[in-house]
Design a protein around this ligand. Structure first.
Ligand code: NAG
Ligand code: NAG
Length: 764
């Protein structure tokens, strides 16, 4: 008896939905993605931390850097493992590392952190080498050749300033013109952080050492090379990081701040001062916040986690998609903000931040700025200086003392395009894909979280073109466990997403149109720019195919207009049920869309009027259906389940319930068993328990019987994986658990004694 009760109880408690803003329209579990939607996985035995990914479209390869290994996989199917290479740290280094107090198995091994294309035959690769960073060349062959993977052993060199020492540190770097730009700690203790250029023929350059105005305990996130004009002399490298704010109010403690930093590619350092150091380094604050209403303070997303550069037609002006979380213990959430390069450049051309001395505030510098203006690259485009070594002393001195800009960079539209607050996870990674739809272009965002899920989001114009609304189309559990996603790559060409975690790599297509349903309305309500109704099914939308009957409405998602000429969905799913007086029954009806509202109507007889089902502590509506406790004769009748979404209502199911007395039930059962019927017609007391279990359990067993199309039970695991899985942040999780308990207390579950009355009395 207890399992049935526990299940019932779990169902009722599970009915409590997550905050409205975090509900995806469709939620797909790992098992479903694996079984039906082409999810493929890769991992190596006894290997963790698949942190480095290099997408090589030309060779059709995904190169992977992990603990002690590099692998080369097919972009079409990462499960078809092709080549792998063991690259452990030498025993002496591991011992040294262990003597230095580090953990022999968790830290004193080689974590491969960097993988960059170098030339037509080689990659450049770096690892932590047991707190002894090491880099070298990896021979991968020409494009047309058979895939190969070979470490050029005599090319191995010191990786200091290129790869982090500490496996916990992230590597942020870019390789441009056979020079490596990286943001790392250059010492064992992880205190001396620098933005470092190495590997080329020119002298290595770094940031000023031990100057908190330049870098203050930074965490580097991403590095990009972005051209500034047609002249390569103006090219800049942009670093994205977060750090402890120097400009913060000291009374308020250590504030986290997100930054974008710039340097010129042709910087050669200063001649008399800033020798072998950047003379063109500037940084500005990246803001991602929601303005407070009516004097309330802003909701600030202060911790930059990842940046994706979405190319546009103008190669100088890619869009910057960034994900942020919060460092606050009070306000929790994550957000996506978009920045334009115009706004970035405007901030670097704006006023410098200035601090007169230790006891002064940071202000906007009002004095004379020397020429050439610090931050400009020496080039013919803007001036006459051939090299940073020719810069006058006052320029170098000014640059040294004023690395910070006064004006922050605000996101496009002034606020996040998508955010979630009060959630028990955070965003960690982002990639984007620009998709042509019937009504324009949409940027489809794939957001990785720290619980192994990927959120697929689009932003659509709302009312006016000024404001947009973020739509959460799908929540995809791409890993079996709730692991943090640490890297993501997208191939628009192959239409695939590659997602990395500590435990492995997953690959999945960018769309699953058929999962939205089998009716035009369901396809239309999905508002997925990759999908359209083709007259018979929801399938991939390709803009260049001239098939006029392709129907899609991403902007409005209005099936009334789009699907009016279509025949209605397949015949309404019907089900007949018997209930024993005094016991309970469950009418299962769950729309595929978690954003749909379910409405139940009741009809005494087929010719009587339909009324809305009256809910009370005996008739309970939960996510998966309608629970009727202590059945009485008055419950006999027809129950209709409807889904309402985005102003559109569609019928889903019809149940015919007949409530019978216990004596009658026994007769009925005997009759039905003789006829070979069984499941779904609860009758004798013992059978009732068995059948109740079947009814309740049905969605988890692939389809819920004849009443469901096979794909119906899409959300068979409500939030179980995230609730029960290991939590990355202990304290935070505890806090949330308490919050959740508090919320549960406020909901109205049925009285347990009443809930178990039926089953228990049935077996006594
Ligand atoms: C991918 O490769 C694996 C291993 O060879 C194979 O079992 C699987 O069927 C392939 N999947 C697809 C979709 O090609
Ligand atoms: C690529 O670089 C490696 C390492 O410097 C070198 O050995 C190789 O010859 C280069 N390949 C080509 C095609 O230039």
């Amino acid at each position: 008896m207890l399992p049935a009760l526990a299940l019932l109880w779990a169902l009722v408690l599970g009915a409590e939905r997550s905050p409205a803003n975090s509900l995806p329209r469709l939620r797909l579990s790992f098992q479903e993605l694996w079984a039906r939607h082409g999810l493929r996985t890769f991992s190596l035995p006894r290997t963790c931390c698949y942190e480095a990914l290099l997408l090589d479209e030309e060779r059709g390869r995904l190169f992977v850097g992990a603990q002690n290994h590099v692998a080369s996989l097919s972009l079409d199917n990462i499960s078809k493992q092709d080549k792998k290479l063991a690259w452990p740290a030498p025993v002496e280094w591991r011992e040294e590392c262990n003597w230095a107090g580090k953990d022999i198995s968790a830290e004193c091994v080689n974590f491969v952190k960097l993988l960059h294309p170098y030339n037509r035959t080689h990659l450049y690769v770096c690892g932590t080498g047991a707190f002894h960073p090491v880099c070298g060349f990896l021979e991968v062959g020409y494009r047309m050749e058979e895939p190969m993977l070979k470490l050029v052993v005599n090319s191995l060199e010191d990786g200091k300033g290129k790869s982090p020492y500490d496996p916990k540190h992230r590597a942020a770097s870019v390789l441009v013109g056979q020079e490596l730009y990286s943001g790392v700690a250059t010492d064992l203790m992880g205190r001396d952080f620098t933005i470092f250029r190495s590997l080329g023929r020119r002298p290595n350059l770094r940031t000023e050492q031990h100057d908190s105005r330049w870098l203050n305990e930074p965490t580097f996130v991403k590095v990009f090379w972005i051209p500034e004009s047609e002249n390569p002399d103006d090219d800049k490298i942009y670093f994205f990081f977060r750090e402890v704010a120097v400009e913060g109010n000291p009374g308020l403690g250590r504030a986290s701040v997100s930054r974008i930093g710039q340097i010129c590619r042709n910087d050669l350092g200063g001649q008399r001062s800033l020798v072998n150091k950047w003379t063109t380094f500037l940084k500005a604050r990246l803001v991602c916040s929601v303005p407070g209403v009516d004097g309330a303070s802003d909701s600030v997303f202060d911790e930059l986690r990842d940046v994706f550069l979405l190319p546009t037609k103008d190669r100088r002006s890619p869009l910057l998609y960034a994900v942020f979380s919060t460092s606050s213990n009070v306000f929790q959430g994550s957000a996506v903000c978009v920045y334009s390069m115009n706004d970035v450049r405007r901030a670097f051309l704006g006023p410098f931040a200035h601090k007169e001395g230790p006891n002064y505030q940071w202000v906007s510098y009002q004095g004379r700025v020397p020429y050439p203006r610090p931050g400009m690259c020496p080039s013919k485009t803007f001036g006459t200086f051939g090299s940073t070594k020719d810069f006058p002393d006052d320029v170098i001195q000014f640059a040294r003392n004023h690395p910070l800009m006064y004006n922050p960079i605000l996101p496009v539209g002034g606020r996040p395009i998508f955010l979630q607050t009060g959630i028990d996870y955070s965003f960690t990674q982002i990639v984007a894909d620009r998709v042509a739809a019937t009504d324009g272009h949409y940027d489809v965002l794939f957001i990785g979280t720290d619980i192994g899920t990927v959120l697929k989001v689009i932003s659509v114009p709302k009312d006016s073109w000024q404001s947009t609304e973020g739509l959460l189309l799908e929540e995809l559990q791409v890993f079996e466990n709730a692991v943090a996603i640490i890297n993501m790559q997208i191939s628009s060409k192959r239409h695939q997403l590659y997602v990395a975690s500590q435990s492995g790599i997953s690959q999945l297509p960018l769309h699953r149109c058929a999962a939205y349903g089998r009716a035009c309305a369901e396809c239309c309500l999905a508002r997925d720019p990759y999908c359209a109704w083709d007259g018979a099914a929801c399938t991939r939308y390709l803009p260049n195919t001239k098939r006029r009957y392709r129907r899609q409405d991403v902007r409005n998602g209005d099936p009334n207009i789009l699907c009016s000429g279509d025949p209605p969905r397949q015949t309404l799913l019907e089900k007949k049920l018997f209930g024993v007086e005094g016991s309970s029954t469950f009418l299962e009806c769950q729309p595929k869309s978690l954003q749909a509202q379910v409405l139940w109507t009741y009809q005494r007889a087929s010719d009587s009027p339909r009324t809305q089902v009256h809910l009370d502590d005996r008739v309970i509506q939960i996510d998966r259906g309608l629970l009727l406790l202590s059945l009485g004769p008055q419950d006999t009748g027809f129950y209709h389940c409807h889904a309402t979404e985005h102003g559109f209502t569609q019928p889903l199911r019809r149940f015919t319930l007949r409530v019978v007395g216990a004596h009658q039930a026994e007769q009925l059962t005997r009759g039905e068993e003789a006829q070979g019927m069984g499941a779904g017609s609860p009758a004798s007391h013992k059978l009732w328990y068995r059948d109740f279990l079947q009814l309740v359990d049905a969605p988890g067993r692939g389809g819920g019987g004849p009443m469901c199309p096979p794909s119906w039970s899409s959300a068979k695991e409500p939030h179980l994986p995230s609730v029960l899985g290991p939590r990355p942040k202990g304290h935070k999780w505890k806090h949330l658990e308490e919050k959740r308990k508090g919320r549960n207390r406020r909901t109205h579950p049925p009285d347990p004694p009443r809930a178990d009355r039926g089953p228990r009395s049935a077996t006594q």
